[in-house]
Design a protein around this ligand. Structure first.
Ligand code: PXP
Length: 255
């Protein structure tokens, strides 16, 4: 019988910075959003420092690390510049993601099979500095097994294709993508990897993904920041927590 462990909620505050940067000033402050998210029950804060600094800036990363009381998950591309910043900021965790300048958001998981030679020493250096490394990958056997070989303790499964299928109402694809997440999470669990998931999640999809017993953390940003406009960020976070609890309760009922 699989033990169903608690599910953490990490809040990604990138899009608060996107709105701030639209005017070039200091408001709305992403660090204030992070503090509010923690007050509302977030277990951690995620922020992506992109090469082009389109949302989060270097000083946001430094302030987040100093001011928040919950773990900081620093999302970044596996570049030398970002490694130097991570080694200076020393966040609780680093999540390595692919990054293309032209993309609107992180499209697809990191190609850790193709980049294994580059990633092996990169992951080792961050790990040696006491940073927990997570790899943002597709839920397929190849990258999951490679994550284990590379020595990363955590993987984050890309839920984008599943969420997109839901949005398009494509039932066949929804079932296929959910099965892919389910199989991938189970394999990662057997390999002893800690499993996180994220990208494109809303109340419904988060509840579904929460039913996968191996998943220990969801990282959610865009939907919650958007929902914040209508009902306020704290209430949106509490409602997300309730959706995740419903999913977890269903998972428990199945065992
Ligand atoms: N996890 C990772 C690794 C991501 O790159 C993102 C998007 O920045 C998220 C989670 C959050 O995705 P969303 O903003 O769509 O909830």
């Amino acid at each position: 019988m699989t033990e169903i462990l608690p599910l953490r909620l990490g809040i990604n505050i990138d899009h608060v910075a996107t709105i701030r940067n639209a005017r070039g000033g200091n408001a709305p402050d992403p660090v204030r959003a992070a503090l509010l998210a923690i007050e509302a029950g977030a277990d951690g804060i995620t922020a992506h420092l992109r090469e082009d600094r389109r949302h989060i800036r270097d000083e946001d990363m430094a302030r987040l690390n100093l001011e928040i009381t919950k773990p900081l998950n620093f999302e970044m591309a596996a570049t030398e510049e970002m490694k130097a910043i991570a080694l200076r900021v020393k966040p609780h965790a680093v999540c390595l993601v692919p990054e293309k300048r032209q993309e609107r958001t992180t499209e697809g998981g990191l190609d850790i099979v193709g980049q294994r030679e580059h990633l092996a020493p990169y992951i080792a250096e961050l790990t040696k500095a006491g940073i927990r490394v997570s790899l943002f990958i597709e839920a397929d056997a190849g990258p999951i097994e490679m994550a284990k070989k590379l020595g990363a303790p955590v993987i984050e499964l890309h839920t984008g294709a599943y969420c997109e299928a839901l949005e398009h109402g494509d039932r066949t694809k929804v079932d296929r993508e959910f099965a892919r997440l389910d199989t991938g999470a189970a394999l990662a669990g057997r390999l002893g990897l800690e499993v996180h998931a994220g990208h494109g999640l809303d109340f419904y999809s988060a509840e579904q993904v929460a039913m996968l017993p191996e998943v220990r953390e969801l990282n959610i940003g865009h939907f919650l920041v958007g929902e914040g406009f209508f009902i306020g960020l704290p209430l949106a976070i509490r409602q997300m927590r309730a959706a995740m609890d419903r999913g977890r309760a269903k998972a428990r009922a199945r065992t």
